[in-house]
Design a protein around this ligand. Structure first.
Ligand code: UFG
Length: 332
């Protein structure tokens, strides 16, 4: 099957492309390389023993996307901006890149008659007051422009399904962590803000220490709880989601493990994996952080038989391998 992956040169995209190639699909990647890396696709080709086609273009560029859709059966739409903090400072970038990008893609798909899509959404769509664990029907309340664009992207797909008979899936990612077991592809970002990349930077000496954002939450050790999922499990989840496209309509799934870990547990896990203590300091709460965000993963398991298999140690070991074997990311 010929598949288009937008954002396929990024962190999640490269792991997805690898999984799709290994499953025997023909893959075309559309990526403008603003956040993605062409080298990631070279390494994916090494690992898979064959390549994805690559088109360098912006997903909002309708004529280019129309060309890229030639022969395509379905689209995975991952291209977009994803830094919550940046979205608070520059909301318009998120409207342009995420909503403008989605509108461009849907226009091109409609034009050529491709009507199946799997969308990279986020647990960020849930409201702070939603009950834990988060089921797909939990209260919505996007707390930042990034989250708003994910919620609205989902709504666009609901309308395409309702009005145009499309099959669409929105996957609400929880916290992706780790790297392919080979150590050849991983997360490559100059100034990461997420917990695990920051902890690893503190271990390698790229930053003097990582700050724990709050130890006075109402959680067992006082630090926030999150549902971390191995990037390779997340990639596999995208393949499992293909079956949902057999049913018309818009289908929403949480993609998490249902098992939360605290910031302290993640830091302790990284120390274990690296064999030395993580330099950290106690910081203030980060504005906007929910104390707990954990998925109820049952709908995905019940409907599609998907369960994440890899545990925290595997996530952290693979992330550590990637960082130590590629100290300059894809640059060397
Ligand atoms: N944290 C620290 N120190 C750091 C970085 C993070 O203590 O230097 C803490 C945060 O306070 C939080 C936890 O580690 O409690 C996880 O933080 P991340 O920034 O790694 O992830 P978030 O849960 O804040 O955000 C992630 C994605 C978002 C997505 C959101 C959905 O990065 O894109 O999950 O729930 F919107």
């Amino acid at each position: 099957m010929q598949i288009l992956v937008t954002g396929g040169a990024g962190y999640i995209g490269s792991h997805l492309v690898l999984a799709l190639l290994r499953a025997g699909h023909d893959v075309r990647v559309l990526d403008d390389l603003r956040a993605g890396h062409a080298q990631a696709l070279d390494r994916v080709a090494e690992l898979a023993g064959r390549s994805a086609e690559f088109v360098r273009a912006d997903v909002a560029d309708v004529p280019r996307v129309v060309d890229a859709l030639d022969g395509v059966h379905l689209v995975y739409h991952l291209a977009g901006s994803k830094a919550v903090g940046e979205s608070m400072g520059f909301p318009e970038r998120y409207f342009q890149n995420n909503l403008g990008g989605m509108a461009g893609l849907l226009t091109a798909m409609r034009q050529v008659g491709v009507d199946r899509i799997i969308f990279s959404s986020s647990a960020a769509v849930y409201g702070a007051e939603a009950e834990m664990p988060l089921s797909e029907g939990a209260t919505h309340g996007p707390a930042n422009p990034y989250a708003l664009t994910k919620a609205q992207g989902e709504q666009m797909l609901a309308w395409m399904a309702e009005r145009c008979g499309w099959s669409a899936v929105s996957l609400r990612y929880f916290n992706p962590v780790g790297a392919d077991a080979s150590g050849r592809i991983g997360e490559c970002c100059a100034e990461p803000t997420n917990l695990v990349p920051r902890v690893l930077q503190a271990l390698t000496g790229d930053i003097p220490h990582v700050a724990i954002f709050g130890e006075d939450y109402d959680t067992p050790d006082g630090t926030c709880l999150r549902d971390y999922i191995h990037i390779s499990d997340l990639a596999d989840a995208h393949l499992a989601a293909l079956d949902a496209l057999e049913r018309p309509g818009h289908h929403i799934y949480n993609v998490g493990t249902g098992r939360p870990y605290s910031v302290r547990e993640v830091i302790d896990g990284c120390s274990r994996v690296a064999g030395r203590p993580v330099p950290f300091v106690r910081g203030d709460r980060r504005p906007g952080d929910a104390p707990v965000a954990v998925a109820d993963p049952r709908r995905f398991a019940d409907d599609l038989g998907f369960r994440a298999e890899r545990g925290l140690d595997q996530m952290l070991e693979s992330a550590w391998r990637w960082v130590t074997e590629n100290p300059r990311g894809y640059a060397g």
